[in-house]
Design a protein around this ligand. Structure first.
Ligand SMILES: *Cc1c(COP(=O)(O)O)cnc(C)c1O
Length: 382
């Protein structure tokens, strides 16, 4: 059996994989088992922001591997402490809880909001409001947070205490606050899996105001939009929001599993000893790699993300077969006349790997944009 046959027989059938077996890569080029090269427009779903085999990240990771690979959270390690310090310095947040994935980062955000509300408003204030069409993860609690019914089927009962309101409808949010005892509101600034849909800025301001007026917790899920992907360090910075909690993962670890939940001033002391934990969270190898990622996401890099994004947008918008391009920075959703899955399959035949999000071709690239965009234009042609 070849690798794809073995995988299909022995790996749980949750992934409808493309028929490509990746063996190596460099930068934005991936090489398959037959030596064919592909341009990578997905970066492992917004993870490998500096491409594959990035030298600085590799050096940081291997240096830490040579010292100690894991200690448990019973002891201090330098990479964990320094990364938390960097994240707080860069955002104005006060403390960080480290985990291993986006779903776990959101679980921590939800626990923080519920505990803070229980202590500051009363234990009945447990409801978490999220937006319809959102995506917050695959655990039973983050599925409950995810505002898409089709993910919920056959996994009932999900964690109770979640309510979904329409993105863009401040009236429905205000009504949820009258109807339920709300602990907090969790949002994505750009719904990623939901189709690369940025929140309307005016709605985001109204939402933040309603959360404040009700003394609730504002949580922003920056798992996909975070760590420079949209042209700012975090997506909420485009909107002038001041979240109480920020969850992130994906691009933070540069390819190793790392989640982070940042707690702002109001919630900085919400957790005490034993309230939350993780065996691997804050792993020194993952954190050492993340430091090398984060220290390179400076103003010049963010500017280049914005200008690269503008280049892709300008090159695709108005091309034959392309209806619209949405998103920010290098998180873009391209609406095509042909079904997105057909365009993605055609791109793959032509050596470019893209993603989909709902009815759109989703691009989360790092580099080699000129070549890739030319291929996408050809593939989208009706
Ligand atoms: C990917 C994603 C998650 C889940 O992250 P995992 O690491 O797969 O658990 C949560 N929220 C958003 C917005 C995401 O894009």
């Amino acid at each position: 059996m070849n690798i794809q046959q073995i995988d299909r027989q022995y790996v749980a059938g949750t992934y409808n994989r493309f028929p490509v077996t990746i063996v190596s890569g460099r930068g934005s080029l991936l090489t398959d088992e037959n030596g064919r090269e592909y341009i990578d427009m997905g970066t492992g779903i917004a993870v490998n922001s500096f491409g594959v085999a990035d030298a600085a990240w590799q050096a940081a990771v291997t240096a830490q591997l040579g010292r100690v690979q894991h200690t448990s959270n019973l002891y201090y390690t330098e990479p964990c402490a320094r990364l938390a310090q960097m994240l707080c310095t860069r955002t104005g947040m006060r403390r960080v809880f480290f985990s291993n994935s986006g779903a776990e980062a959101n679980e921590c955000a939800i626990k923080a909001a519920r505990k803070w509300a229980a202590e500051n408003k009363g234990p009945e204030y447990s409801t978490i409001v999220t937006l319809r069409n959102s995506f917050h993860g695959r655990t039973l609690t983050t599925l409950a947070a995810t505002g898409q019914d089709h993910y919920h089927e056959l996994f009932q009962p999900l964690t109770p205490g979640f309510v979904h309101v329409a993105a863009g409808d401040a009236g429905e949010l205000a009504a949820a606050f009258s109807r339920y005892k709300v602990a907090g509101v969790l949002i994505e600034c750009i719904q990623g899996e939901g189709g690369v849909l940025p929140l309307d800025p005016e709605y985001a301001r109204a939402l933040a105001r309603i959360v404040r007026e009700n003394n609730a917790v504002l949580m922003v899920d920056e798992v996909q939009t975070g760590n420079g992907r949209t042209g700012r360090l975090y997506g909420y910075m485009h909107y002038g929001l001041e979240p109480d909690v920020v969850s992130t993962a994906k691009g933070l670890g540069g390819g190793l599993p790392l989640g982070a939940t940042l707690l702002g001033e109001r919630l900085q002391n919400v957790f005490g000893f034993g309230d939350h934990g993780s065996t691997f969270g804050g792993n020194p190898v993952c954190c050492a790699g993340a430091i090398s990622i984060l220290e390179r996401i400076d103003d010049a890099l963010l500017e280049s993300v914005r200008s690269k994004g503008e280049f892709v947008r300008a090159a695709l918008a108005g091309a034959p077969g392309i209806e619209s391009v949405a998103g920010m920075g290098l998180m873009l959703g391209v609406k095509t006349v042909r079904p997105a899955s057909e365009v993605v399959a055609e791109c793959m035949r032509r050596g470019v790997l893209c993603l989909t999000a709902k009815d759109k071709v989703r691009l989360l690239p790092a580099d080699l944009l000129e070549k890739a965009v030319a291929v996408i234009r050809e593939a989208a042609r009706p």
